[in-house]
Design a protein around this ligand. Structure first.
Ligand SMILES: Cc1cc2nc3c(=O)[nH]c(=O)nc-3n(C[C@H](O)[C@H](O)[C@H](O)COP(=O)(O)O)c2cc1C
Length: 172
């Protein structure tokens, strides 16, 4: 096992994104499926964001495995201007539970872009500090999601308990 690293890059989509009201753009969905299949095999993971025709992705895991995957990604004709924004040795993975987390178009990203004086999502212009800040934001949101899921679960748990006990008493 070599070192644990996090590599963050940005690129420009080489395809015209289909307009989607809900869910994931179809080309991006295919990329996501491929990523999840391969990354779980390689024991790597991370996060992917797609907005304004640009990709922003972090890959985390063993240095050799991340390098191998990045070489394949960089040669993929579905995007161009693939540019590394940050490459670091890290003590642990921020997205350890994800072979590839997908962040949908979100208010938080719009606010981030505005707060940094960009007109739109232009990650190819991000400085290293900006790339790191956005990754941290995605990480925090992940924890927010987990809290929301836990909350929902406990609500459903209570509801199920209520209904099952009612059913139980009706059956008696
Ligand atoms: C923006 C973008 C992100 C990608 N991310 C990953 C990834 O995280 N892991 C991966 O294996 N392939 C990823 N791919 C796909 C690779 O470029 C390549 O097509 C794939 O790894 C080939 O795998 P296969 O030989 O199993 O078909 C990505 C492609 C693009 C355009």
């Amino acid at each position: 096992m070599s070192e644990l690293i996090r590599l963050v890059y940005a690129s420009e989509a080489a395809f015209e994104a289909a307009p989607v009201k809900q869910g994931v753009e179809p080309s991006v969905a295919r990329i996501l499926m491929q990523s999840r299949r391969n990354n779980s095999r390689e024991n790597i993971g991370g996060v992917l964001y797609f907005g304004d025709g640009h990709f922003f992705q972090a890959l985390e895991g063993d240095r050799n495995a991340v390098n191998r995957t990045y070489q394949r990604i960089a040669a993929d004709p579905r995007h161009r201007n693939v540019t590394i924004l940050s490459l670091k040795t890290v003590p642990n993975r921020l997205f350890a539970d994800w072979s590839m987390k997908y962040v949908p178009v979100e208010q938080a990203v719009r606010e981030f872009v505005r707060s940094r004086d960009y007109q739109r999502f232009e990650p190819l212009r991000f400085r290293e500090e900006e790339a790191e800040a956005l990754i941290k934001l995605f990480h925090q949101q992940q924890n927010g999601d987990a809290a929301a899921v836990a909350k929902k679960r406990s609500w459903f748990g209570l509801r199920n308990l209520f209904f099952s006990s009612r059913t139980g008493s009706a059956g008696n």
